[in-house]
Design a protein around this ligand. Sequence first.
Ligand SMILES: *Cc1c(COP(=O)(O)O)cnc(C)c1O
Length: 365
Amino acid sequence: MKIENLKKAQVGYVNTPLEKMSALSEALGKGNLYIKRDDMTGLALGGNKARKLDYIVQFALDNGYTALMTFGGVQTNHGRLTVAAAVRFGLKPILVLKGAKPDYMSGNLLLDRLMGADIYFVDTTAADKLPEEQQAAAKKKFLDECTEKIVAQYEAKGEKVLNIPIGGQTVIGSAGYIQAIPEIMRQMKEQNIQAKHLVVGYGSTGTFAGLWAGAKYYHAPFEVIGIPIEPDYRPVNETVDFINELSRTFELGFTCKEEDLHLEMGGEGSDFYGGVGYNEPDHTTQSYIEMLAKTEAIFADPCYTGKVLHGFVDLLERGVIPAGDGAILMHTGGAPGLWTKEHLDSMQETYWSDETTDHVCVMKL
Ligand SMILES: *Cc1c(COP(=O)(O)O)cnc(C)c1O
């Protein structure tokens, strides 16, 4: 199936802005820096999963599914966008979240509830008491059992449930990012932008893989650099296999090898870009979120884009991205994560205090 012939639903908006970050470019002094605003895909406050869902929803509609079910961490952005896409296309939204139910609803959870999602928390904290080597298998087994039960429950009510993996990590979903490449190339041409590097987050990896495959297939003038967003990131060989599957499925005509992929995680003489853990607050990532907010009034998020920005800036400062080459930061969204309880708590220390500061004053009558 040729990629160009693949049909898609319109769950949000593509043709997101490609903008120059003038103030950040000036502050860093490493040449022209740009940002691709996939935080502005429009679906339920935006984000990268909209491009994947364009193709996933079309698949669901073509195959008679009546419900979209997906998985993720408690604050999954992908979950939020999947719920939104389901609502807009009249499908039932079902979220299966890995973790304990938080006492306090915040961030994406609030949005999920407002959109009417059915939410199941699969809480495997009890497995932490097992011997280390048995934990992963026990958690997976329980998740599989829960999934089966949940699906059976909806099927008994006559629903046909599409099971969408974590992050929308599917071949069909990645078509959205293959097709983002001609869009970026057209925008570069229209705006006379030169850039030899495009930097993007590496999570469940469908975004990176799609962009990589698209850049290869459409002969993009830039390389795609992936920044893992957690220390425990997905093995590169799995991503290579996935990219080759994209190439076979969509007749892209190339084979990818491990040494072809460019990931940068920091850690040698600089901080690890992925911070301390998946969606765990850290002050380094917060300082990069602040940097972008202060220079460009654009909000990165604490789980993904703040970390990718950290990598982007560090690679420029260390010359891994040579000064003057031109570089594009892919903003994949996620800002609702700023309002999650744990991140708000962590940021109080830095940005808020009981005392008067130079920037936060109280004037009482
Ligand atoms: C999911 C997500 C990513 C990572 O994309 P993958 O395709 O899972 O690698 C990056 N940023 C945000 C805001 C996300 O929600």
